[in-house]
Write a protein that binds this ligand. Structure first.
Ligand code: HEC
Length: 194
């Protein structure tokens, strides 16, 4: 179709779409169609690859110019969601538990992966972040989706161990994640007299 034909067709479409009582001829002249730049579509699974595709930035990368979330702020959300998921499981609110675990996963994938290491953390926490997201978290989610209370308790104990191992490696051993489902995070029960 020629550009002129396209414009005529677009004008006709506009006239048809115009609400009653609105005379399209009295309005601004129809602008010529803006040429659309040829955009290479992202490759579709199964579609033939015709041209080399430029690597797109990861979808979960923070918006350019946006400051990454602070590590401790993201961890506070991890603690809150971990605790609430457990309380939801105890209440039999499996969908809420599944939701909280999904959000917890997003904090690991979207926020913690891009967060700067706090100055007083002696080792790189990134391997433990990836490890937690790949093992402890899917185990919690599998138990929730199976409505498996005993399985969830076991997954919480394993997850808490992973949380605490990283806190120890990060010089944050005083932030103790309890191993019981639904227990308050972090541990705040009185310490025994020394
Ligand atoms: C990759 C290592 C790592 C893992 C895994 C990890 N944490 Fe943390 N967490 C940290 C570090 C480091 C801090 C201290 C952050 C800071 O100094 O700002 C922290 C802080 C916290 C805090 C205190 C946040 C605040 O400032 O209020 C809570 C609560 C917490 N973590 C809960 C958890 C829970 C629950 C898990 C497991 C589900 C977990 N963490 C797994 C490294 C980790």
């Amino acid at each position: 179709m020629t550009v002129r034909r396209a414009a005529a067709t677009a004008a006709a479409a506009l006239a048809l779409a115009a609400p009653a009582g609105c005379d399209p001829k009295s309005s601004e002249p129809t602008p010529a169609p803006v040429p659309v730049p040829a955009v290479k579509a992202a490759p579709v699974a199964g579609a033939p690859a015709e041209a080399p595709v430029v690597e797109a930035p990861a979808v979960d990368a923070p918006a350019p110019g946006a400051a990454p979330r602070r590590f401790g702020d993201a961890m506070a959300e991890v603690g809150r969601r971990f605790e609430r998921a457990g309380r939801a499981v105890i209440a039999g609110r499996w969908d809420l538990a599944d939701y909280d675990l999904g959000e917890l996963g997003e904090v690991f994938d979207d926020d913690l992966r891009h967060a700067a290491r706090p100055e007083d953390v002696p080792s790189d926490p990134q391997p433990a972040i990836a490890e937690f997201a790949a093992t402890a978290l899917p185990r919690l989610q599998a138990a929730v989706r199976a409505h498996d209370r005993a399985g969830y308790d076991a997954a919480v104990a394993a997850a808490a161990q992973a949380c605490n191992a990283c806190h120890e490696a990060s010089a944050k051993a005083f932030i103790v994640v309890p191993s019981a489902t639904g227990a308050a995070v972090p541990e705040l029960s009185p310490v025994a007299d020394e």
